[in-house]
Design a protein around this ligand. Sequence first.
Ligand code: PLP
Length: 384
Amino acid sequence: MKKIYLDHNATTPVDPRVLTAMHPYFSEVFGNPSSIHAFGREAKEALERARGRIAHLLRAGEREICFTGSGTEADNMAIKGVAHSYRNKGDHLITSQIEHHAVLASCAYLEKEGFRVTYLPVDGTGRVDPDDVRKAITDHTILITIMHANNEVGTIQAIPEIGRIAREHGVLFHTDAVQTAGKLPVDVDALNVDLLSLSGHKIYAPKGVGALYIRKGTKITPLIHGGHHEHGRRAGTENLASLVGLGKAAEIAGAERAEEYKRLTKLRDALHKKITDRIERVFLNGHPTQRIANTLNLSFAAVEGESIILSLDMEGIAVASGSACTSGSLESSHVLNAMGIIPELTQSSVRFSLGRTNTPEDMETVAEALPPIIERLRAMSPLT
Ligand SMILES: *Cc1c(COP(=O)(O)O)cnc(C)c1O
């Protein structure tokens, strides 16, 4: 049985080209990038090449890229780092109700420290209204953090417009671009952002590395203290091999992004059509058009999403319900709740997230596997 992986928003496999690029940096080129001898210099050059590739992907300056240990750490660093640096300026932050837990939990932590946080609502498609952002800004606001695209439903936010509003009011603006870097054009100037997070393992690089873009002149209090790594912004000897991988992954994504976006849009829309042609009472969660190409979140009325996942898993097909963080519990998704989806449908949602490994044949296999599963589960359901 060929296994089909449709959970690329949770993680992606390391691209073979990335793995090849990383290989020498485990044993041949093993120097500490902070050492001044030849071993160290060679490691340092590789590290800076990787930084240059990330900077190029984001159209940023090399000094504006700070490597981190994950997307989660980049989000924490941006939010807590700005809050602690600009505390004398204000104590208010603005975010949305559909952010990743890395953002929501960082905000909740700051609330315990005495900061105030506004959690903006979203409409039925998962979009934040930029006017709501404008209205929420006060004289005490120091940071706005709104994600570029949502990991559960794929909805893309009006980041350039929100950024313009932030700038008009002299407020710093962070976006979590973990689901868009390497997928959409992510140009920090076009997006009007001051801080931007990305993660290695969502773009075919290894787990446990990420980066935070920090616009020149933005002050960030470090989370981790120690040596003078990353220009004093994040201490600790760099994860050299994985960061070389992150650089290579950024280079590949930059070169192939546009073509891959078209290919994935076609595959995803074909999957959507095949499913709705064959199964009744299926509802799309997320924006019909302002949505990243690889993401399809559907609710199958009168069936539990978890049951669908387990049934597909037995046929070698991997999909998700809600976010990976909430799977295993029957707690419904905070994203779907915020979008105002009725409870019966939030419980019955399934996320299909496509990637480089997927083919048109995969879409047909999934669309053939689903109807008997839904029919069987609906027949057993007390809701039908
Ligand atoms: C995966 C993800 C993160 C966390 O990144 P890690 O590298 O897994 O810590 C943050 N935000 C979004 C939107 C994500 O999808």
